[in-house]
Design a protein around this ligand. Structure first.
Ligand code: IFM
Length: 450
């Protein structure tokens, strides 16, 4: 079997997010987040699940880091819970909350694992939601003050920072459609959220530089490719609208200093107010772009929706769709990375998330033979390798996710982990899956088998 080698120093990692794994939702002075509030309401989450305990990582952290060490991870991407650090979102710091991340970082460094921290992976403080949340322009200052508290404590030891995870999902699932916390369905509010998330990002990048840290700071975007279903001009325009909505709205302001013009015309009065210096703040140079890749879609014109498009999964030959209905399409990962290099002159890229949930049951010991996940990851690693061969500056790859966890509106029904978690067990027993051993070898060899 041919081995495809990755560049020396390639950062093989795995990713998680605070609300999805930590639990301890109201312990040690932690404040309420919008996800605590949302998941405690009836029928918001499948089966009434909530992240109250999740994987109980808050109480199992040293054991989890030991598993990461055993896996051979070079890097670990996690997020910081804003209300654990600042229970009201602003003002009084909660020392035990901050101390948890302090211990985590020390434990990682001790294990030889590089930490990558995300400041906002969706668990926004409820007290600030009560003041209007992200659509309130004050959110820019709230976020910057939170970033300063966290930088002051941890930036001496964390070399990689991401401001937001998937701002598209915060804005549209949270404020546009209301399927995610805080459960608001108002497109104008969603567009204000987009703009304020951008400004909060720019301000935090600025602050990080002013404080003089020598690490790297960037943002994590969920990006996909959108292919017109036919060469009819209506389908081509529909695919472009979808590209603008999911990709352009987030990439262009940061890397091209502007919102996609056609899209802004399309939404008309729903466009957010933009002040004179805003675009310069947003377009601060970033050190890296984090890319979360899960799927590609075919798009065609449809008269029925606001954006007049309809999408269906784009699936590579021999593959299918995931439990979420996402088309498995490794070849488009290469295409996406090529697009970022060619059309955005992208800064260095990390795949900050890629992986799949699988309905592959655990045996009586908790072991899962997840050949499907191994096949999925192998194909995507090879696609990433292809992009590197083409000259894309790809520096690392974080599998989503280290462990099975709370999959937002789908609760515990979908399992993305390299480690199986027994959610029925009060100890949340952890069992590495077959993919864990496979990934261990990839990392050890810095190569993937053909
Ligand atoms: O679980 C999520 C994660 O929080 C953000 N990116 C996509 C993952 C899978 O849906």
């Amino acid at each position: 079997m041919t081995q495809l080698h990755f560049p020396d120093g390639f950062l093989w990692g795995a990713a998680t997010a605070a609300y999805q794994i930590e639990g301890a939702w109201d312990e040690d002075g932690k404040g309420e987040s919008i996800w605590d509030r949302f998941s405690h309401q009836p029928f918001r989450i499948l089966n009434g699940d909530a992240g109250d305990i999740a994987c109980d990582h808050y109480h199992h952290m040293p054991e989890d880091v030991a598993m990461m060490k055993n896996l051979g991870l070079k890097a670990y991407r996690f997020s910081i819970s804003w209300p654990r650090v600042l229970p009201q979102g602003i003002g009084q710091v909660n020392p035990p909350g901050l101390a948890f991340y302090d211990r985590l970082v020390d434990e990682l460094l001790e294990a030889g694992i590089v930490p990558m921290a995300t400041l906002n992976h969706w668990d926004f403080p409820q007290p600030l939601q009560d003041l209007g949340g992200w659509p309130n322009r004050d959110s820019i200052n709230w976020f910057t003050a939170y970033a300063q508290v966290v930088f002051d404590k941890l930036a001496d030891r964390i070399p990689y920072w991401a401001t937001h995870n998937e701002p598209m999902v915060v804005a549209f699932s949270g404020y546009g459609f209301g399927s995610f916390a805080p459960g608001i369905a108002d497109f104008s509010e969603a567009m204000k959220t987009v703009h304020h998330l951008h400004l909060a990002h720019g301000n935090a990048v600025n602050l990080y530089r002013q404080l003089g840290y020598d690490g790297q700071i960037g943002i994590v975007l969920n990006l996909a490719t959108f292919i017109p279903e036919t060469d009819d001009s209506a389908d081509i325009a529909a695919a472009k609208r979808m590209e603008d909505l999911i990709n352009g709205l987030f990439l262009d302001p940061i890397l091209k200093r502007d919102y996609p013009a056609d899209f802004m015309d399309w939404i008309g009065v729903m466009a957010p107010p933009i002040q004179p210096d805003d675009m310069a703040v947003i377009a601060q140079p970033i050190d890296f772009l984090g890319v979360n890749y899960y799927f590609s879609q075919y798009v065609k014109y449809s008269p029925h929706s606001l954006f007049k498009f309809e999408a269906k999964p784009n699936i590579d030959p021999g593959w299918g769709a995931t439990e979420k209905g996402w088309g498995i399409c490794p070849s488009q990962l290469t295409a996406l990375l090529r697009h970022l290099k060619t059309n955005y002159d992208s800064p260095p890229i990390y795949i900050t998330e890629n992986g799949t949930s699988l309905d592959e049951p655990a045996d009586e010991t908790g072991f899962v033979s997840d050949q499907g996940r191994i096949n999925y990851l192998r194909a995507h690693f090879k696609a990433a390798h292809d992009a590197i061969q083409e000259g894309v500056d790809l520096r690392g790859y974080f599998v989503w996710s280290l462990m099975d966890n709370f999959e937002w509106a789908e609760g515990y029904s979908l399992r993305f982990g390299l480690i199986h978690i027994d959610f029925e067990n009060p100890q949340r027993k952890r069992t590495p899956k077959e993919s864990f051993a496979w990934y261990q070898k990839v990392i050890e060899n810095n190569a993937v088998g053909d």
